[in-house]
Design a protein around this ligand. Sequence first.
Ligand code: ZN
Length: 596
Amino acid sequence: MSGAARRTSGTGALAWLLLLTSPAAIAEFRGDKTIVVSPELKVSIGEGDEITLSARPLPGEGLDAFVKRFTEDPRTKSEILSRNEGVKLLRNDVFVRVPYRLLSENYRRIAIEALFPRDASDAQGWVHRVSALTGKPESLWRIAEWFTGDGLNYREIRAANGLESLATESGQVVRIPLKLLTPTFRDEAGAAATAPTLPLEFGRDEKGRYALYRLQRGEALYTAVVVRLTGRLHAEDVNAKAAEIAERSGITDVRSIPVGYAVKIPVEDLSPEFRPPDDPARIEEEKGRLEATQFVNRVRAVNLAGVTFVLDAGHGGRDTGARVEGVEEARHVYDLACRVERLLRAHTRAAVVPTVRRLTPCSEGRSDAVSDSRSARVMTNPPYAIDDPVAGVNFRWYLANSVLRRAEEHGGSEDRTVFVSLHADSLHPAVRGLMVYIPGEKYLKTSFGKSGDLYRARREVREEPRVSFSRRERIKAEGVSRHLAEKIVGAFRALGLPLHAFQPIRRNVIRGGREWVPAILRYNRIPARVLIEVCNLNNPDDRKLLVSRNYREKVAQAIVSALVDFYGGPGAQTVTARRGGSPPEAVDSQPETERR
Ligand SMILES: [Zn+2]
């Protein structure tokens, strides 16, 4: 999901959080208002609308690291010291205060989202709702400071909103134009353009709570309601849920539902973000999301120097993956992986570690055809010829964990290691485009390991037979993986490649009434890890794309661009622009299935 959905769905939920958490969560001291984001992090607003973030240091974290984490600027250290009675030794039980002005962009966004959950954003800019948390409405000057970095911009904000007065009133809406916003708020507002707020009404009947959604012109029950609002994607799930919802709503023919017809969706079927603000699942989801937002990649790596990229082509060997109309997932994602690897080696300094290798070398010829991947093996020691798909997946994450360990032993770090698994989906035929799975925090709670001769025979398993994650590791993984996923979605968008229409980033799979994170992500210790479903093989347009080499080349470019961008490099067009010696047909052309 984009940051936009995060915002538009945020309405009111944090206010509820306050009521539901312990009284200690709200400190009303001299008019201060404090929001507890996590056990380690609080945000307060006080006298004169001063926003202050208070945080406890992490175990073993020194002052310099603490300052870097929250402000990204070592020069702020002396001011932080003076604001905290000269704290020299950080203690786990002492909160250190950091004024809003000194915070990094990311922590500013966290502070604003915590204090003003009813704020929203759209293609025109940020929409701030005056909340008067200290008892007095916020001044235009402060609002200008928070969102634009400069109080003097109050004049432009005032003009843009046609305001006579400099004072605001509680509940008033103040719009901050896109061009004035600081980059983080601007990015979030830009993303909002694709995720408009949905007009849902809530009610209750003898069968329980429901949401009412009125079908718009051209919308179908399957996509506009079931796929979008309930998160179901697989044909059998979508069809079953559509039948249930049709019955509940008194629809007899799902193919001819009048425009404006009020469809009733049981609240328990809705994805958390579409539920009412007081729904526990929604509150939990938003709290988790806000906490994970703290973790974004902060490492800069010019040309990806020092970055280790673990590249996983899904399936292979006896495991063909999805097969639709003769199009085989394993072959096509292997070809895609070859393209990603070639681009990375030609244009970056990243160390590429494929999890899977064929006996024959990568060949990305000038025809659309792809070689088979029957000979593909997982590159453990010794390699594993993929006889059993489940073992194939387990060996991949064991291998990834081993690569991370080795990188760390050789001066690398987990923050310079990335894992990407490439797949193509087989979903309801109406669904199309890219989907990126990230490891949702709440699905990573188990400790896990494999035993038996097959496993013990491999060095990677013997090195670390079991994995488990601390709470911080789980939250960090969700945060940085979402950051990477946002870059991938952005790169696909920039290159005009199809994206899933509603929620291209997902923290779990929903299928057959169960929810989980794919095993390749669940037991993987590389924090930034994603599984990419490049498209849906059951959708005829997507299938046509995947069999064209031009599309696969573009997808490879998008992935490399996203990686460069993730590490602070230039944006999405760079890889295309620098591709001097590549076949001309692969540069800046539409996939040929789209030319027509
Ligand atoms: Zn797959």
